[in-house]
Design a protein around this ligand. Structure first.
Ligand SMILES: Nc1ncnc2c1ncn2[C@@H]1O[C@H](COP(=O)(O)OP(=O)(O)O)[C@@H](O)[C@H]1O
Ligand SMILES: [Mg+2]
Length: 251
């Protein structure tokens, strides 16, 4: 579903944010792209969605070369960026109707789609409330609904649980599991909080300083490293700290 080969990004100031990254995301994966702040996660997403050009390397999304098929790929993907503004004066429903119009969805179908999505993210009761009055959790749920307006095959979510309380995180996790299991949506999700999303991901990549450290199933990683880390109730975070021996966080 997503394939990159030796993907690399050097920014104009000469900083190499992504170094020879080769990733493989399968159809139906909830793929966790994990790493500390500054690891190159957002840079990688921006390349995958065609927003910035890689310095070198190949990348495919939905079996299409991203460089050559930007227009086509836009219809197949949904994106929730790391930080994004809302139109505060709109209600949740108006916000989704606005984006469905941007996606040129048939007028009759717009209302049905928006009703369906508000229900999916448990915002039906808040449909007519202005976004300015939404909590952070509600905003993130609305943002996820927005990414789904054109029935994409893959969604990219950049730190969607950032700043949410445990209930807010759980709500997002449940929505993503439902989307994946019932609708078959492939999900590419980033986080610097490994604990947050390891529960819902079937496969993960761990990156640090623009370099891939591991890519595997969560179970595969645990099995591989449990003999080296002597700890009951091993978590992905334990594996990560084991792999990044200096234990330092932000770059
Ligand atoms: N436009 C840019 N120009 C130069 N350096 C950048 C730019 N954007 C990001 N970086 C740097 O690239 C590195 C990776 O950033 P980013 O992809 O945002 O990481 P992450 O999303 O994993 O926190 C960071 O050190 C960041 O400061
Ligand atoms: Mg980021």
């Amino acid at each position: 579903m997503i394939k990159t080969n030796q993907l690399r990004k050097v920014y104009d100031n000469g900083f190499e944010a992504v170094k020879s990254l080769s990733l493989h995301v399968n159809k139906g994966d909830i793929y966790g792209f994990l790493g500390p702040n500054g690891a190159g996660k957002t840079t990688t997403i921006r390349m995958l969605i065609g927003l910035i050009e890689p310095t070198s390397g190949d990348l495919e999304v939905s079996n299409l070369n991203v460089k050559k098929n930007k227009g086509e790929i836009k219809n197949l993907i949904g994106v929730l960026p790391e930080s994004h503004g809302y139109y505060e004066w709109m209600t949740g429903e108006e916000y989704l109707l606005f984006f469905s119009a941007l996606h040129k969805i048939n007028k009759q179908q717009r209302k049905d789609k928006v009703t369906e999505l508000l229900d999916l993210v448990s915002l039906t009761a808040k449909a007519n409330v202005k976004v300015s009055q939404y909590s952070r959790g509600m905003r993130q749920r609305l943002g996820i609904a927005r990414t789904l307006i054109h029935d994409p095959e893959i969604i990219f979510l950049d730190e969607p649980t950032l700043g949410l309380d445990p209930q807010g995180q759980k709500d997002i996790e449940n929505i993503l599991l439902h989307l994946n299991q019932v609708k078959g949506v492939t999900i590419f999700i980033t986080s610097h909080l490994l604990k947050d999303i390891e529960k819902i991901c079937n496969r993960v990549a761990i990156v640090k300083a623009g370099t891939l450290i591991e890519e595997d199933s969560v179970k595969g990683l645990m099995d591989k490293y449990k003999k080296d880390i002597h700890k009951d109730d091993l978590s992905l975070e334990d594996v990560f700290f084991h792999l990044t021996s200096d234990g330092k966080g932000e770059q």
